[in-house]
Structures are given as structure tokens and as C-alpha cells.
Design a protein around this ligand. Structure first.
Ligand SMILES: *Cc1c(COP(=O)(O)O)cnc(C)c1O
Length: 370
């Protein structure tokens, strides 16, 4: 029998090579390859329009915006966050010399549970760092109410939430700042890249200084900045990918519909339905395996898929709170994080990207719906 081709969890959205070459020729002719060049400026403008937000500052990856958001808002002491995310979320707190405080998640959206936030607040708490996990909006209204009541900043890690809207409004408008990642594995990519979504001009200027060593002019450094700048080549890739990200999201939508149709009648497999009024981006398709009803554990299904050359990912397992230095924190105790601990043992993100074919999906479903 012919070996079955490999199905990966994702594949990058790539621009047309001739279109890119055209833009590379312009960059080569200008010899302006980084430092707020013309494509960088165009890309920030195009992102504001696409995302329906007032200000965007682009970065060379999606972790720097997290680090810089905490700096820009002067966050001190303790930051309340979720253990159910990619490690960069907590690392950004740690790298700023701050203390992460883990709060459990709400199983209905895998975001931080607002009911558990207030009990984690101490006199040292200055900010909340939630994640719109899988691009599903957090309970943003409740989070803001709690933040207002206690005088806390809110920074959203919106790495999964590119283009997600609620009632026609971007969810990136919530909080003080939101961060995006344009890594190759995300719905929208610039190879590596990221952005901060900003609400006012003054903060935009401050963030732009911080990503350029703090330079305000040739001779003036106004803040201890870092180098977070995006170069012209990535900005060009971003401009081109923006033109076809909507069709990629539409393709993902069709795949989500097929997955759901087939899985709706499978005992012991749960998944998310669309939320009313939300424009989803279908960045991930997590399923949750309940071994008692399904008959296989999550890991048994995960490795069974791998045996057939189908590579899902266990996002997010293990929890961030189980890693290295974080494990010692009192808030990292599994008893404090029962939902996150359980869900991390149930989840598989199924392959989800714009190039999956009907026969790929048949192959995946044949194994799950056995
Ligand atoms: C991808 C991701 C990041 C980091 O982005 P990079 O662009 O890889 O640096 C941060 N947080 C979450 C939740 C992510 O998924």
C-alpha cells in the first residue's frame, strides 16, 4: 500500500511569488530595507483598515508586543493570567521581572474565568493578561468591569484572534492594548511578525519609540527601548497576505462546518460551535476527548492519528504552570486550576488550514469516527 501523505496541523498562507518579487524589486531599488520604510507604513495602515482599529504598531515577532505592552503601561508587581496558552504569554510577564498569578479557565471558551479573577487580586496586582484562546472572545465586559473596579490594566494576548469581530466590532478594541502574532503557523502571517493594537496616538508614539531603542530623534533617547522593528520584506509579505486572508478564513470555515457535521453524533467528543454575532477566524479546531464515553483517551487518539500520518497538536498541553520556574508559584497548584488541568488532558487541535482537501478531512474523520 502506498504510504499515506502527511497531514499537518497547519500550513502557512503564502503570497504569490511573482507578486512578492515585484515588491522585492521595489525594495532593492530603494535600498530601504528596514526602519519604518514605505511598506512598513503601508502595512500598518492596511492593518488598521482590515482590523477596524485606530492604531497598529508592527513588530518582528509576536512575543515582543507582549513584552513591550507591559513596559508601555508601566505594569508592576503581579499580573493575573491564564495557564492555558502558549508559553510566551507567561514568559513576557517573567521577562519584565513581574510575578505571574495563574487563574483557572472557563470551559465554555477556554479563556480566563472572570469568576475566579477577584480572589487572585492582591495589593501588588496591577494588570490582567487574558488570552482569546483559539480566537474565541473572552468575557471582555466582565474582565473590564473587574479591572475598572480594582484599577488594573488589561492587556489581551490576541495572538489567535486576528480579524475576530463581535457585532461588527473588532474584539481588539477591548482592554488597554492587544497583541497579535503573525507567526507562520497563524491564520495570518508575515513569516515571523506581530503587532500591538493601540487606541490613542500618544500610546502609538510611545510604543514606536520602545520598539526602536527609545529613539525620538537622532540625539534623543526618551525611554529604555529595545529593537522590535519589522523589516520591509516582511511588511511586503504582510501586505500581500492581507489580500487573501479572507479567502483562507472562508476555507477554514468550510472545514469547521464539515468537522462539526461529522463529530456532532460522536459520543465523548466535544467541540465549540460558533457564537452568535461573532465573526470567527477558525484559527484552530480543538476537540475535547472524554475517554469514558469515547473509548479512547486523548493520547490514544492523538497517537492513532499520528500512525496514519495525521498530525494534530495538543494545544495547550502541558499547562504553562507546570513548566520550570512557574511550577513553584502557589497559583500553579493543579488544585487551583481544575478546569485547565482537565482540559489540557482532553484537547487535540485537529488539522486546520486553507489547503486541507475534502479527502484529507475524510481521512481524519474516518479515524476519529471509527
Ligand atoms: C503564537 C503565540 C504567541 C507568540 O507569538 P510569536 O509570533 O511566535 O512570538 C503568543 N501568544 C500566543 C497565545 C500564541 O499562540
Amino acid at each position: 500500500m502506498e504510504k499515506e501523505s502527511t497531514i499537518t496541523v497547519t500550513t502557512p498562507l503564502l503570497p504569490n511569488l511573482d507578486d512578492l518579487n515585484q515588491m522585492l524589486k521595489e525594495i532593492w531599488a530603494s535600498k530601504w530595507i528596514t526602519n519604518n520604510g514605505q511598506f512598513h507604513q503601508q502595512f500598518e495602515k492596511a492593518l488598521c483598515e482590515y482590523l477596524k482599529v485606530p492604531y497598529v504598531s508592527v513588530f518582528t515577532n509576536g512575543t515582543l508586543p507582549l513584552l513591550i505592552a507591559l513596559q508601555a503601561l508601566g505594569v508592576k508587581g503581579e499580573v493575573i493570567t491564564t495557564p492555558y496558552s502558549f508559553v510566551a504569554t507567561t514568559h513576557s510577564i517573567w521577562w519584565n521581572g513581574l510575578k505571574p498569578v495563574f487563574v483557572d479557565i472557563d470551559p465554555s471558551n477556554c479563556g480566563i474565568d472572570p469568576d475566579r479573577i477577584e480572589e487572585a487580586i492582591t495589593p501588588q496586582t496591577t494588570a490582567i493578561l487574558p488570552v482569546h484562546c483559539y480566537g474565541k472572545p473572552c468575557d471582555n465586559k466582565r474582565i473590564q468591569e473587574i479591572a475598572d473596579k480594582h484599577g488594573l490594566k488589561v492587556i489581551y494576548d490576541a495572538a489567535h484572534a486576528f480579524g475576530v469581530e463581535e457585532d461588527g466590532k473588532s474584539i481588539l478594541e477591548w482592554g488597554d492594548l492587544s497583541t497579535l502574532s503573525f507567526h507562520a503557523t497563524k491564520v495570518f502571517n508575515t513569516v515571523e511578525g506581530g503587532a500591538l493594537v493601540i487606541h490613542d496616538e500618544q500610546m502609538k508614539r510611545h510604543v514606536d519609540y520602545l520598539k526602536n531603542f527609545g529613539f525620538e530623534s537622532e540625539v534623543e533617547v526618551v525611554a529604555p527601548g529595545i529593537n522590535g522593528k519589522m523589516d520591509e520584506i516582511r511588511a511586503a509579505i504582510g501586505l500581500l497576505n492581507l489580500q487573501h486572508v479572507d479567502s483562507a478564513i472562508e476555507a477554514r470555515h468550510r472545514i469547521a462546518v464539515r468537522y462539526r457535521q461529522a463529530l456532532r453524533n460522536v459520543d465523548g467528543i466535544d467541540f465549540f460551535e460558533d457564537m452568535p454575532g461573532v465573526r470567527h477566524n477558525y484559527s484552530y479546531f480543538p476537540i475535547f476527548v472524554h475517554a469514558d464515553k469515547y473509548g479512547l483517551t486523548r493520547d490514544q487518539l492523538y497517537f492513532k492519528l499520528q500512525k496514519h500520518n495525521i498530525y494534530g497538536r495538543r494545544y495547550f498541553y502541558p499547562l504553562i504552570s507546570t513548566f520550570g520556574d512557574y511550577r513553584q508559584l502557589p497559583s500553579a497548584a493543579p488544585a487551583n486550576l481544575p478546569n485547565a488541568t482537565r482540559i489540557a488532558d482532553e484537547v487535540i487541535c485537529l488539522p486546520m488550514h486553507h489547503e486541507l482537501t475534502d479527502s484529507d478531512i475524510d481521512r481524519i474523520l474516518d479515524i476519529i469516527v471509527d
